[in-house]
Design a protein around this ligand. Structure first.
Ligand code: R5P
Length: 277
């Protein structure tokens, strides 16, 4: 297995195939694979975006040149949220990154919790949405699973298959890219404990506004479960002030210790990700 720098926290050093990655004085990256196995898993996180995307593309190219077949496992696909044109003149960023990955020649691509199914227009990949790793930390008592927006509905249904508890859906509106307003809720949450599920927390706006709304409408304890914890800027500080009991987050991105966070390892999913052994 090879990892990009951003995914190196996921694998013990001795399990990694050695690569040389360094930076020239002008800021460019240099990549060389130091072993040439016939097949390999490349575990790559594309966050923070710029260097990690370039590092992944350079590793894919280096592996292609030595004839190694690659199963690319993307732990976090950045730019996936810009997967459609909403205003004339915009770039279709998700497609640009997908195209770059496509021509770099991985044999198989798995993405952990890709933001949107629309990505399938640009790239062939398997999507893995982790639920099982969270289950030991979820109490089903008086629980309702809540989608903070309609995009999260399939996720709530997936969770429901494991937990067998009711679902509720919120109506989210974004007045601007980093602002969130909750306009309504379908389902019963009063006097129930809530499990708010989403693919990621970035600025925290979605989860904070959702939690405030749910509390106002009479919810009991609110637990959040997200795959990717970006926690951009001062998101964690803002989340501390929201009516949230705790946040379950996977280790797709490295996380610092924080009183709100329970970091859940995806190690248990190694087989599904094709990265064990
Ligand atoms: C939106 O469609 C996503 O699923 C997340 O709800 C969103 O990206 C979270 O971003 P933020 O934390 O900035 O509200």
């Amino acid at each position: 297995m090879i990892t990009t720098t951003s995914a190196s926290h996921l694998i013990r050093k001795k399990k990694r195939v050695p690569v040389e990655i360094r930076r020239f004085e002008d800021g460019e990256l240099y990549v060389r694979v130091l072993s040439t196995p016939a097949k390999i898993v490349l575990l790559a996180g594309l966050q923070p975006p710029v260097d990690n995307i370039i590092e992944t593309l350079l590793l894919l190219d280096a592996l292609k040149r030595v004839g190694t077949k690659v199963h690319l496992v993307i732990t976090y696909f950045s730019y996936a949220r810009q997967d459609r044109i909403t205003k004339k003149g915009e770039a279709l960023s998700a497609k640009v990154i997908a195209n770059a990955l496509k021509i770099s020649g991985a044999e198989r691509i798995t993405i952990i919790d890709c933001h949107s199914e629309r990505m399938r227009q640009f790239l062939d990949f398997e999507n893995i949405i982790p639920v099982k790793p969270f289950l030991p930390y979820v109490d089903k008592k008086k629980l309702v699973i809540v989608a903070p927006d309609k995009g999260a509905i399939p996720r709530t249904k997936l969770w429901q298959q494991y937990l067998g508890v009711p679902i509720a859906v919120m109506h989210k509106y974004r007045p601007s890219p980093d602002k969130v307003a909750i306009l309504g809720l379908k389902g019963v949450i009063k006097n129930r404990n809530v499990l708010l599920v989403d693919d990621m927390i970035s600025t925290g706006g979605t989860i904070i506004e959702a939690a405030k709304y749910l509390k106002k409408k009479g919810a009991n304890n609110i637990t959040v479960a997200v795959t990717h914890g970006i926690f951009a800027g001062n998101a964690l500080k803002k989340l501390e002030k929201a009516p949230i009991k705790n946040i379950l987050v996977t280790n797709t991105l490295p996380q610092k210790r924080h009183k709100l966070l329970k970091v859940v390892s995806l190690g248990v999913m190694g087989k599904e990700l094709g990265v064990r052994g």
